[in-house]
Ligand binder design. Structure first.
Ligand SMILES: Cc1cc2nc3c(=O)[nH]c(=O)nc-3n(C[C@H](O)[C@H](O)[C@H](O)COP(=O)(O)OP(=O)(O)OC[C@H]3O[C@@H](n4cnc5c(N)ncnc54)[C@H](O)[C@@H]3O)c2cc1C
Ligand code: FES
Length: 274
């Protein structure tokens, strides 16, 4: 059992929990994820490790309540125990000294991106942080993210805080950039890759397809990268975004939409869960 030591609400439906998980905290690297179960009979969901403390044996995850399992997780309180947390899974992000690195954290993924940005900074890179959210009230981790960057920008889809949209990033790219890294959902990752392609800047994306086992056995998380089939859980989750077939990925992500909506409705109606 994995005790929740701290729980905070960061924005509407976005929560942070710190979990006691010494064997994961001992080994985890930036960019890796865990798979957890909010109840013993429920589904397994992947969540990125947003921070860890090896001495205290804790990991932190930040999640958005989008459906049944994330809502069940959001209902846990400090002192409660999560029945199963497996990890660390996936490969660590490639963190080398590249030069000028743009770290883009979108929505809830600003939290794990803060860990990546800090790691790039520790390697001696000049780090440019970009924190993107749909609206001003959905911006999370702004202070933590800003603190580990040399330059920092905020943007919202509706312009309610910072820049409106992502076009402003062209100005950053024109000044010269050696690498871009993006954590976020598929549509925005695709748009950022289209933006960076003409500049020839290597753009790494952290993909979030549907996962089941997380160990390369089921094939649920397969993606096409450079014309080859890859399993995100064992070959990724970080890939060269200019090689990813985002349209196929988006189609596969929507495969269970009807089942997910039914599960969510039943959960709300019956109040099943913790
Ligand atoms: C490697 C990886 C890291 C992730 N890290 C984070 C994170 O740090 N924070 C965060 O909020 N979310 C993260 N996600 C997404 C998160 O796993 C989904 O939001 C969650 O599984 C939704 O489950 P649900 O039952 O609440 O919602 P559902 O109603 O079941 O699904 C809502 C949407 O979530 C996605 N989803 C559903 N089931 C899965 C699954 N088993 N695997 C992946 N995606 C699924 C689908 O796009 C679906 O349409 C990550 C996904 C992956 C693959
Ligand atoms: S989740 Fe099953 S192969 Fe990746």
């Amino acid at each position: 059992m994995f005790e929740i030591l701290e729980k905070r609400e960061l924005a509407p439906n976005i929560k942070l929990i710190k979990i006691s998980a010494p064997h994961i905290a001992e080994k985890v690297q930036p960019g890796q994820f865990v798979i957890l179960m909010a109840d013993e009979k429920g589904e397994r969901i992947p969540l990125t490790v947003a921070d860890y403390d090896r001495e205290k044996g804790t990991i932190t995850i930040v999640f958005q309540e989008v459906g049944k399992t994330t809502k069940m997780l959001g209902a846990f309180n400090e002192g409660d125990e999560i029945p199963a947390v497996v990890g660390p899974l996936g490969n660590p992000a490639e963190i080398e000294r590249f030069g000028r690195v743009v770290c883009v954290g979108v929505g809830v993924f600003a939290a794990p991106m803060t860990l990546l940005a800090r790691s790039f900074k520790e390697k001696g890179n000049y780090v440019i942080g970009v924190n993107i959210a749909r609206r001003a009230d959905l911006i999370i981790f702004e202070e933590e993210f800003r603190a580990v960057c040399d330059e920092f920008y905020v943007s919202t889809d509706d312009g309610s805080r910072g820049y409106e949209g992502i076009e402003f990033m062209k100005e950053i790219l024109e000044r010269g950039v050696d690498r871009v890294v993006v954590c976020g959902l598929v549509p925005i990752q695709k748009r950022i890759c289209e933006l960076t392609r003409p500049y020839g800047v290597k753009t790494m994306v952290h993909l979030t397809p549907i996962m089941v086992d997380g160990t390369g056995m089921c094939g649920a998380c397969r993606v096409m990268v450079g014309g080859e089939t890859k399993f995100t859980c064992v070959d990724g989750p970080e890939f060269d975004g200019h090689q990813v077939d985002f349209d196929e990925l988006e189609r596969r992500k929507r495969m269970y939409l009807v089942h997910e909506k039914v599960a969510h409705m039943m959960h709300k109606r019956l109040g099943t869960g913790v």
